[in-house]
Design a protein around this ligand. Sequence first.
Ligand code: GTB
Length: 216
Amino acid sequence: MNPTITAFEDSPDEGKGLARDMRVRWALEEVGQPYHVRLLSMAALKEAAHLALHPFGSIPTYEEGDLVLFESGAIVLHIADSRAGLLPHDADARRRAIAWMFAALNTVEPPIVEREMALFFEQDKTWHQERMRGLDERVRSRLSSLSTRLGDAEWLDGSFSAGDLLMIEVLLRLEGELVDEFPNLCAFVARGQARPAFQRAFAAQRKVFEDNKAPA
Ligand code: GTB
């Protein structure tokens, strides 16, 4: 049975692929797993049917037979662990790839999200500019370390893995800002975006936006 994931019916990013269903779609495309998508309104996220799947009433979720998962990282790990293509066979290389998954979600994404929230919600505050300088520095510091570690390598640790997938997804949230100061990170992101699986996933989420704005 093909899994079903959830995504926004009307994503605030207007088809830019910044919501977290994109990373799940990309992982499914990388391993060649067909999937269904259930689109949800913002109101439906907080209704009982969805809260039974996701305690916090967010997207994405993942349903496959009796298995229900939430948290994009856990979903990508399940996809990578249960199908070939996103984690190395060698046990230590596999653990390192999983460490990169955690690094993306736990070390790099939080300051990026905090900065994003300040841009969304705090622009009118008198202290906004000063706060942004601090938030930019925190993101820059993470990007600098990541850039140093990546160096001239194609991917973070050997072959492309779920660690690269999540890191690229997290970097894409910056929409080019700050990351443009690190040419090797820009090239890393571009390599990810050039992958056929990324392109299929991006087109699928983009179609939701295009279908929405098409006249009835
Ligand atoms: N830690 C969870 C995970 O990784 O799955 C976080 C899930 C989450 O925050 N989901 C968001 C959501 O459902 C969508 S992705 N929000 C609605 C709610 O909780 O009520 C975050 C997101 C949303 C919109 C944009 N955008 O428009 O650019 C980017 C990212």
